[in-house]
Every structure is written in structure tokens, then in C-alpha cells.
Design a protein around this ligand. Structure first.
Ligand SMILES: CC(C)(COP(=O)(O)OP(=O)(O)OC[C@H]1O[C@@H](n2cnc3c(N)ncnc32)[C@H](O)[C@@H]1OP(=O)(O)O)[C@@H](O)C(=O)NCCC(=O)NCCS
Length: 151
């Protein structure tokens, strides 16, 4: 089940966040997103009452800017990332979103393959975008109507 994230989820979210990213967000960063950012939407994927992944985005005009997506390591490789993203994409399309974008590390082929399966296409590159290792970011976009036709 995909549902909105709550502050109660944060202990579990922080475990997944730390297991997933070299420069994890702080709990306060999530709290600010959940309580103060009117553009932010954060979702959890729950399987049998256990949160196994999450995804966040900013809904600005008709566009979704994805801030993060992660699946707990022990649940990876079972297409849960695709389930979560497809569900959020469908939900946001119903709310009037037309397209989504994200940045992904140039070396993160696993995530790039997932995004391509969902219809995202490469639109550009930000040189040295990631401050920890100066790695480039690839910018990807998807038109949600094209995704809806497939999904
Ligand atoms: C990117 C991510 C969300 C994908 O979620 P997922 O549910 O594992 O996605 P999939 O099930 O489609 O599996 C992805 C690939 O990992 C492979 N895989 C298999 N078992 C795996 C395991 N135990 N752990 C990791 N990957 C595994 C799958 O075979 C698949 O390969 P393919 O793309 O060649 O088919 C997840 O890997 C993740 O949380 N990564 C860390 C955070 C991250 O990079 N987020 C994206 C930032 S832009």
C-alpha cells in the first residue's frame, strides 16, 4: 500500500535513508518537508504494515520534482521501487501533475534503469552536482500521460 508519510514513520525512514545514500538527510530535514513545505508530498510503501520504501517530491505548477526515492536494502530487486513510483505517478497525474523530473548520479545505473522502465528520458547533465564526490547528475523527465498509457 502506498500512503502519505507521517512523522511517526521517521524512525524507520531514517534507517532506510542511512542505508541508501552517502549523504543522508537529517530527521529535521524530513520534518521540515512534512510540516512546513506546502509544495512537498512524501509517500511510503508499506508491505504487511512494514514501511519498506519512500518517495518524495515537490509539486510546483504542473511539475513534480522528485527529491528522493529509496527501498530498504533487504527488499530491493523485487520491483518494489517500480510499484512505489508507478503508484505515486498515477496519483499525482490524477491531481493534475503533467510531468516529473529528477536528478540521478551518473554511476547509479540501477536507478536509471528503473526510471527508464517508467518512461523517464535523459534531458541533460549537471557537471559535478554531488558535493561528496563531485559526480555529475543526469537530469531525467517523464510526461505522465505517456506513462499512464503504458502503466
Ligand atoms: C533504486 C532503487 C529505489 C530501486 O529499487 P528496487 O525495488 O530494488 O528496484 P528493482 O526491483 O527494479 O531492482 C533494481 C535492480 O537491482 C537488482 N537487484 C536484485 N537483487 C537486488 C538486491 N538484493 N539489492 C539490490 N539490487 C538488487 C535487480 O535485479 C534490478 O536489476 P535490473 O535493473 O537490471 O533489472 C533501490 O535500489 C534503492 O533504494 N537504491 C538506493 C537509493 C537510490 O539510489 N535511490 C535513487 C536515487 S536517484
Amino acid at each position: 500500500m502506498v500512503r502519505l508519510m507521517k512523522e511517526d514513520d521517521l524512525e524507520r525512514i531514517m534507517k532506510i535513508e542511512h542505508a541508501s545514500f552517502p549523504t543522508p538527510w537529517s530527521p529535521q530535514a524530513f520534518i521540515t518537508e512534512l510540516t512546513e513545505n506546502e509544495y512537498a508530498r512524501y509517500f511510503c510503501l508499506e508491505i504487511g504494515e512494514k514501511v519498506i520504501g519512500y518517495m518524495g517530491l515537490w509539486f510546483i505548477l504542473e511539475e513534480g520534482h522528485i527529491t528522493n526515492v529509496a527501498i530498504a536494502p533487504e527488499f530491493r530487486g523485487q520491483r518494489f521501487g517500480e510499484l512505489l513510483m508507478r503508484s505515486v505517478m498515477q496519483r499525482m497525474q490524477v491531481e493534475g501533475m503533467e510531468r516529473m523530473t529528477l536528478e540521478v548520479r551518473a554511476s547509479n545505473y540501477t536507478a536509471q534503469r528503473l526510471y527508464e522502465r517508467l518512461g523517464f528520458v535523459l534531458a541533460g547533465r549537471r557537471k559535478g552536482y554531488y558535493s561528496d564526490n563531485r559526480e555529475d547528475a543526469l537530469i531525467m523527465w517523464v510526461e505522465l500521460d505517456s506513462m499512464g498509457a503504458k502503466g
